[in-house]
Write a protein of this length. Sequence first.
Length: 68
Amino acid sequence: MRALLSVGAYTVFFWTVNARALMNFVSLRAAEAAQREIRRYADAVERFFEQHMPVTHAAFVAAGRIAP
């Protein structure tokens, strides 16, 4: 889909996700082997995760950033 949109297109979407799926997304998409664009998005998602679920995020980090 990315190839069909022009560079100046602005997209808004809503995302619903549970904590386990969020941790899985961050652990996979923030990896060094992931593409740069998705890593940047995963970094932003993780900052949101850390702000809104600090206890769960701390457990995620303590577990080596691997989803349970």
